[in-house]
Design a protein around this ligand. Structure first.
Ligand code: A3P
Length: 313
């Protein structure tokens, strides 16, 4: 069953329309030292977010921009639907347009967190935020957190192409300019290496499960099964197959007009692994390899990313 997505499309369209009238220098603001796009986030909403009350059965998807968060959102929504049908709780059905909220926790208005109290369980909530900026109730109330990570070279590559077409984000004249900005904390939602380092502190928590983009790409059947087991959701073989089929790049791209509107044309770009090889110079490879060594070497998330396999030419 498709959940209503009108609000999702409207919020992105409004942000893009507002951003297209703004000067490049006005597109971002700093909050607690981290850059965010003004057309999606605001200090008022960040402050209101502190009142957000997490539930123990919430499904929190944490992922840095361009890690595949829209992809995993689709999988999690389908799993939540399956769970919903099993529990036969009719009032659980979020097919009511009025109940739709923008899936990213930090994007919306100051009333959003109050409205979210009306959302039936299990809520699927997405965030690009580092753990120290999330409402404490997420950890205190032991919400389940899926941490989606992707190899940093493909994240940078995907982000570069995204900034070229996404009006709310400052674009860059050249890939070299973008790379410089990516490596010096200029990206929306901050530096990816810092993101990984901070989340690594939570990697052993029992309520946190790390998933890589690459492993999902490699084997979606196993990936979806593992995620469902972590969330305590059981499925039939047919249900599993349906989740797997609906989340293929081709299916999602084909359905994107309904789910993402015109944003889908920007979002569903290549959906593959190793596109970085088309952009990175030798010098840029060296710089990123060094940064990865410094921040992630020997860490749980660093090992999970299989840097040697996915990021060495
Ligand atoms: P590319 O730009 O490399 O194609 P996010 O949703 O966090 O913004 O991430 C976007 C990236 O996820 C894009 O990567 C997009 O193509 C990819 N993606 C989206 N849906 C996907 C799917 N079903 N399978 C694989 N990759 C997908």
């Amino acid at each position: 069953m498709e959940k209503p997505r009108q609000k999702f499309k409207d919020i992105i369209d409004q942000a893009s329309a507002a951003a297209s009238k703004m000067h490049r220098d006005e597109l971002m603001f700093l909050y607690k030292g981290v850059p965010y796009p003004v057309t999606f986030c605001s200090p008022e909403v960040f402050r209101a977010m502190e009142s957000f009350e997490a539930r123990s059965d919430d499904i929190i998807l944490a992922g840095y921009p361009k890690s595949g968060t829209n992809w995993l959102t689709q999988i999690l929504n389908d799993l939540a639907d399956i769970h919903e049908k099993k529990t036969q709780n009719k009032q659980n059905t979020v097919d009511n347009e009025e109940l739709e909220e923008f899936p990213y926790l930090e994007v919306g208005d100051t009333e959003k967190y109050e409205r979210m109290k009306r959302l039936p369980s299990r809520r699927v909530i997405v965030t690009h935020l580092r753990p120290e900026y999330l409402p404490r109730s997420i950890f205190k109330n032991k919400a389940k957190i899926l941490l989606l990570i992707r190899n940093p070279k493909d994240v940078a590559t995907s982000f570069y192409h995204f900034t070229k077409r996404m009006a709310p984000l400052p674009s860059y004249e050249t890939w070299d300019d973008f790379f410089e900005a990516f490596m010096t904390n200029k990206m929306a939602w901050g530096c990816y290496f810092q993101y990984l380092s901070e989340w690594n502190k939570y990697a052993d928590d029992e309520n946190v499960m790390a998933v890589t983009y690459e492993e999902l790409k490699e084997n979606r059947v196993v990936g979806v099964k593992n995620i469902a087991a972590f969330l305590g959701i059981s499925m039939t073989e047919a249900e599993l197959q349906s989740v797997v089929e609906r989340s293929s790049f081709q299916s999602m791209k084909k359905n994107s007009d309904k789910t993402h509107g015109s944003f889908g044309e920007i979002l569903f770009r290549k959906g593959g692994v190793s596109d970085w090889k088309n952009l990175f110079s030798e010098d840029q490879n060296e710089k990123m390899d060094k940064a990865f060594e410094e921040h992630m070497r020997g860490t749980k998330l660093g090992t999970k990313l299989k840097y040697e396999m996915y990021c060495k030419a």
